[in-house]
Design a binder for this molecule. Sequence first.
Ligand code: AMP
Length: 438
Amino acid sequence: MSFDSLGLDASILKAVADQGYTEPTPIQKASIPVIISGKDVIGVAQTGTGKTAAFTLPLLTKLVQSKNSTHQGRVRCLILAPTRELVVQIAENVAAYSRYSGATVATCYGGVSERPQIAALRRGCDFLIATPGRLLDLGGQGHGDFSAVEYLVLDEADRMLDMGFLPAINTIVRALPKERQTLMFSATLSREIETLTKQYQREPQLIEVGRRSNPAETVTQLLYECPGALKQVMLHHLLKDEALKMVLVFARTKHGADRICRKLQGEDISCAAIHANRSQSQRQRALQAFKNNEIRVLVATDIASRGIDVDGISHVFNFDFPDQLEDYVHRIGRTGRALATGTAITFVTREDLGELRRLERIVGKHLHCGKLQGFDYTQQAPPRTPEDFQRHQDPRAGAHNSEREGRPQGGRHGGFRASQGNYRPFGRPGTRRQGGPK
Ligand code: AMP
């Protein structure tokens, strides 16, 4: 089957040929005609299946062939995606596919200056690709005209929900016209996704291609008993094995992540930490160094790890048990992505044992926890600094909540700013913003 039979506009077909695509992927074959026909779609597909072209090509066709051929200062198609990286990637694809049709593309995401994004919103565009947090900020300030949005895409919807973007998405979608076509793409179908579907879509057609396997079944899970005071020693002990090439370590708190990182660096293990106290550029640098194998270990908190999309991670360590047990599956799913040959190692203290039983219920299987062979459990814990001593208590006891990263509650501005103009797309001034990280 070729692209010609899918109903795409000739200018788009030409751009697709330039990309060297000869045949549509299964998600493209299934989605393109349905989207062109105007139906809402739930696409269950993961990154790498060609899903970006599966929704951008038909939407471009519809925009190019529509009677309202210009955006007239407004946004015509809004695509929401969880991370800045994904936003940039989608924008690059749309720019390439619209080479001969001249559709305009703008992006909005956090961690960079707002000014060019505000200017782009003022100009209007055919495609706006945005993370929910930054868009909510800018929309709350009165920027952008969303009164003529004809198409809405929620890409990686499951990840956006994981990242705490639901309140931001709700506010944004409420500001859009009800008459629109809504497409939702997600790697998994959960109850939350179904709820979103019922709220935002009309009789959507389900298109499912290559459902992602549950990492809890495909990743080797090793759980070792470990007294809290020996966790760092056990980590160093295991890292002596050179087979642990690309290692992601999860810590429960920002300070904990920094402490683990400092101690690994003290042993000449190349390492960086990412958490909410790090700037976007520091996180990007750390992530890039990890991707390029310039550092062997990346230490992360759960929130910071949401944007990590790195192939080739050989081992994931749960240095601390996750605060929210559901995060366990997300954490271990960071390894074994392509070939499902990853290993997840969890340190289990006596205080974690109750949680371990609950975790077994979540992953639906028995998780054997035993002693690590060859590790000296009788050794003295290394002397602690006063800081260590203070923070080494079980955070679940609640003593150190303040250093925990926690679920995202609000953004930099904490609430909507009053708009300068009359048009205020995303809510009333003074409404408290509740959204995820940008
Ligand atoms: P995605 O799943 O959208 O992230 O796409 C994964 C990669 O596949 C991207 O590099 C696309 O450029 C590429 N791609 C998308 N559709 C096709 C196709 N029909 N033939 C070959 N490559 C494609």
